[in-house]
Design a protein around this ligand. Structure first.
Ligand code: CA
Length: 375
């Protein structure tokens, strides 16, 4: 089998209402969807997290290494692509591009062997996962104390066992909102915080001390991803576990985080940190360091499907009769094509998501929908 072509479909759709978080605002959702075709007629799908245009340009640059390559030799291809731009491309968009390619190659491998990816990776260790609701973004107008409390009440009513709250704006206001949300959802539902690196260590510690009595599951991206000393200082100062890693890349990037034990919940994005091949390696490294792994997910149904295949094979950590189980990040914010491009959308039932067990990623792409969102 040989790769005959690789196409990037840039999809984009405006939002009915813009939303923002600590460091940015979305007025549209966009994604670089990767399609790899082969001489056997098998097609693989992947997705790159991050800016779609630059990822598409990087994939164009990787093309000479892909055309005529054996798509089953995905480990060799990963090494070739990484080596091609190693000197200038160890993090960021070049690795996001490799991620989309690697996911598509795994999709082809699964279809070739008529097996789900997780089976070819030696799983499954689990056939379904608990999902936590990601949302609570800010609107341009209205009182967050009102509309966010309404939103989380909705997630609780849907059956989610945990929700994640966006903070990172102003410490006192954030603390008041966290307290209000905890009151709305009660003590049986997990509550995590995500500052999207909107604080520095001073404010992150101040906020942490104000809310650490509220049984917070984790405090995500308290400070800038480059500030590992900041993470370590916050960890030493407050009684809330730290999460992060959606802005880190490859086993080489995560090595330092693990070595310094800067993060308690590692969150590589499968569509950014190096794809399924690399994220399995990062997960095994995390396991060796005794660190929990919860994939970051914020893309279309393709990125979601890739995360689910990985979740199926994440090692138990810690080992034991009732090990802690990894969670699925289930983005509830508006995304016009997240599910529209899927023939069978991935949905939750009472906060539980079944891991697709069809060949490859276990999904089928609706080409008409794909064309509708293409720019
Ligand atoms: Ca996040």
């Amino acid at each position: 089998m040989k790769v005959t072509d690789i196409t990037v479909h840039i999809l984009q759709a405006p939002l009915s209402e813009p939303f923002h978080w600590a460091i940015g605002e979305a007025t549209a959702r966009a994604s670089a969807i990767v399609e790899i075709t082969t001489d056997t007629g098998l097609v693989g799908w992947g997705e790159c997290f991050g800016p779609a245009g630059p990822a598409a340009a990087m994939i164009e640059a990787y093309k000479p290494w892909l055309i005529d390559a054996d798509p089953l030799a995905s480990e060799k291809i990963w090494q070739d692509l990484y080596a091609a731009f190693r000197d200038q491309g160890q993090k960021g968009v070049p690795i996001c591009a490799i991620s989309g390619i690697d996911i598509a190659l795994w999709d082809i491998r699964g279809k070739h062997f008529d097996a789900p990816i997780h089976q070819l990776m030696g799983g499954p260790l689990r056939r379904e996962v608990k999902a936590y609701a990601t949302g609570t973004y800010r609107k341009r107008s209205g009182d967050p104390l009102e509309y966010i409390c309404d939103e989380v009440a909705g997630y609780a009513a849907e059956g989610f066992s945990a929700v994640k709250l966006k903070i990172g704006f102003e410490v006192r206001e954030d603390a008041a909102l966290i307290r209000a949300v905890r009151k709305v959802i009660g003590t049986d539902i997990g509550l995590m915080l995500d500052a999207n690196h909107g604080y520095d260590a001073v404010d992150a510690i101040k906020l942490g001390k104000m809310v650490q009595d509220l049984d917070i599951g984790w405090f995500e991206e308290p400070v800038a991803p480059e500030d590992l000393d900041g993470y370590c200082a916050i960890k030493a100062a407050i009684d809330i576990p730290l999460a992060g890693g959606e802005c880190e890349y490859t086993r080489f990037g995560f090595r330092e985080i693990l070595r310094r034990r800067a993060i308690d919940y590692l969150q590589p994005d499968t569509a950014a940190a190096g794809g399924l091949s690399e994220c399995k390696k990062i997960a095994d490294m995390a396991n060796a360091f005794g660190v929990r792994y919860v994939p970051h997910v914020w893309g279309s149904g393709i990125g979601l499907a890739a995360a689910l295949q990985l979740l199926a094979v994440l090692p138990h950590n810690p080992p034991g009769r009732r090990p802690w189980e990894p969670l699925l990040e289930f983005d509830r914010s508006e995304h016009p094509f997240r599910q529209a491009i899927m023939r069978d959308p991935i949905e939750h039932s009472g906060g539980i998501v079944r891991i697709p067990d069809g060949p490859g990623l276990g999904i089928e792409i609706d080409r008409n929908a794909l064309e509708n969102f293409k720019i």
